[in-house]
Design a protein. Structure first.
Length: 362
C-alpha cells in the first residue's frame, strides 16, 4: 500500500522540478505521501506519524530538497492534528540530556516529581547501550539529522543495516523464527501448543532474547537493567561463545535512554514480561531477570522510539558504579535457565536450524 504512495510522491516531486536522481534518493530514504493527512503531506516512514519530525507539507519538503531549510525552523501548522502541543516529539534533546558519573546522578534525574509519577504508574521505560548509534540516509530528516546528516538510531534489531552504508528502505529484511518450529520440544507437556502459539507473543520473545533479532524493541522497566547493558560489552570469541565484559572506568561511552511512550502507550502493566503462556515446563529465566518489555515496531515507523524520549543519560568516561545485576545473573547458565539449557541441547540436534542461538559463558 505505501509503495503506491511513494510512487505518488515521486510523481509530485517530478512535477515540482526535482531531478530523477534526487527523487530516487527520496524514495530510497523512506519518504511517501500520507493518505490519511491529505494529498500534500509527506511522511518520513522512519518516524511513522509522530508529529512534526515525521510529516511535512509538500512545498516545504521541496524547498528542503533544493537546499532551503528555512521552513523547518518553525513548528508545522498541521502538527496539532496528530497530538496535543504538550506531547509533541522532542526535536531538540539538549534540555533533557545529561552526563552522569555515578548512581547518585542517575537517581537525581529519576527523582524529579514528574518522572517519579511516571515510574509509579509504570509509564517510564529504559534502554541501555554501550554507545550511541547513528545512521545516514541519502535524504536525512530535516529536523532529526545533525550537520553531517546523521540521525540517532534506536532500531529494533531486524531493521538495522550496515552502519558504513546509507540506510535504505529498499533493502529487504527478514525475521527469522527458528524456535517456532520446535515448540513441541521446548514445551513437551502441552500437546496443543501449536494451537495456542498464534495467539501468544512467547515465540517472538524467546527468539529475541535467545536467537534472532525481531521487530521488537528491547526495553526494560528497571534502571539497573539499563545500567547493565550500558556498562557491559557483548563479545563473541573465536569459538563463537559469547560473554559480557565490564567496561573499565575511564573507557565508558554508554548511553541510557528513558522513554515515555505515547500513542500508543507502553506501560508496565501491559508490556512487562512476568509469565509465559507457552513455555511452562522450561521457563525462559533470562527474560524474567531482565525486567523487560518488547513493544513491536512497524517497518513504516522503524525509529519511532526517538519521538518518545523523555531523557538521555550519557555515561561519563569515569562512570563509577557496580550495578546489582551481573552477567551471571542476567544470563544464567543451563542449570538455572532450563529453557536455555533445552535450546543448547536442541542446537546439537539441529545445528543449522538453531545456528543463531548464542551460547554464553559468564
Amino acid at each position: 500500500m505505501l509503495g503506491r504512495y511513494s510512487e505518488k510522491l515521486a510523481i509530485a516531486l517530478q512535477e515540482k522540478g526535482i531531478s530523477e536522481d534526487k527523487i530516487a534518493e527520496v524514495i530510497d530514504s523512506g519518504y511517501a505521501f500520507c493518505p490519511s493527512l491529505g494529498a500534500n503531506v509527506v511522511i518520513d516512514q522512519m518516524y511513522g506519524l509522530k508529529g512534526s519530525s515525521s510529516c511535512f507539507e509538500l512545498d516545504d519538503f521541496v524547498a528542503y530538497l533544493k537546499g532551503d531549510r528555512t521552513p523547518f525552523v518553525k513548528r508545522l501548522p498541521f502538527a496539532h492534528i496528530l497530538e496535543s502541543h504538550s506531547s509533541l516529539p522532542l526535536l531538540d534533546l539538549s534540555h533533557c540530556t545529561y552526563v552522569v558519573k555515578n548512581m547518585d546522578d542517575i537517581q537525581k534525574i529519576l527523582s524529579d516529581d514528574r518522572r517519579k509519577h511516571y515510574i509509579s504508574r509504570g509509564a517510564l521505560s529504559f534502554r541501555g547501550q554501550t554507545q550511541e548509534y547513528t545512521f545516514k540516509r541519502k535524504v536525512p530528516n530535516p529536523l532529526r539529522a545533525d550537520a553531517d546528516g546523521k540521525e540517532i538510531s534506536i532500531f529494533p534489531g531486524v531493521f538495522r543495516q550496515n552502519p558504513n552504508s546509507f540506510y535504505s528502505f529498499l533493502t529487504p529484511f527478514e525475521e527469522k523464527r527458528t524456535t517456532e518450529f520446535l515448540l513441541h520440544e521446548l514445551e513437551p507437556n502441552d500437546p496443543d501448543i501449536y494451537i495456542y502459539a498464534p495467539y501468544s507473543y512467547d515465540s517472538m520473545r524467546v527468539e529475541q532474547h535467545y536467537a534472532s533479532q525481531t521487530s521488537g524493541l528491547d526495553i526494560s522497566f528497571d534502571i539497573e537493567t539499563a545500567i547493565f547493558f550500558a556498562t557491559y560489552q557483548f563479545r563473541v570469541d573465536e569459538n563463537n561463545v559469547a560473554r559480557h565484559t565490564k567496561i573499565k572506568k575511564g573507557q565508558h561511552k554508554g548511553v541510557i535512554y528513558g522513554f515515555k511512550f505515547t500513542h500508543p502507550a507502553v506501560n508496565k502493566s501491559q508490556y512487562y514480561i512476568d509469565k509465559f503462556d507457552l513455555f511452562k515446563t522450561n521457563k525462559p529465566e533470562r527474560i524474567l531477570r531482565q525486567d523487560c518489555g518488547l513493544p513491536l515496531i512497524s517497518s513504516y515507523e522503524r525509529n519511532i522510539a526517538m519521538t518518545d524520549i523523555d531523557f538521555v543519560m550519557y555515561l561519563h568516561e569515569d562512570f563509577d558504579y557496580d550495578g546489582v545485576k551481573t552477567p551471571k545473573y542476567m544470563f544464567p547458565d543451563e542449570n538455572e535457565d532450563k529453557f536455555y539449557g533445552k535450546l543448547i541441547e536442541l542446537k546439537k540436534k539441529h545445528p543449522d536450524l538453531l545456528s543463531n542461538v548464542v551460547e554464553y559463558v559468564n
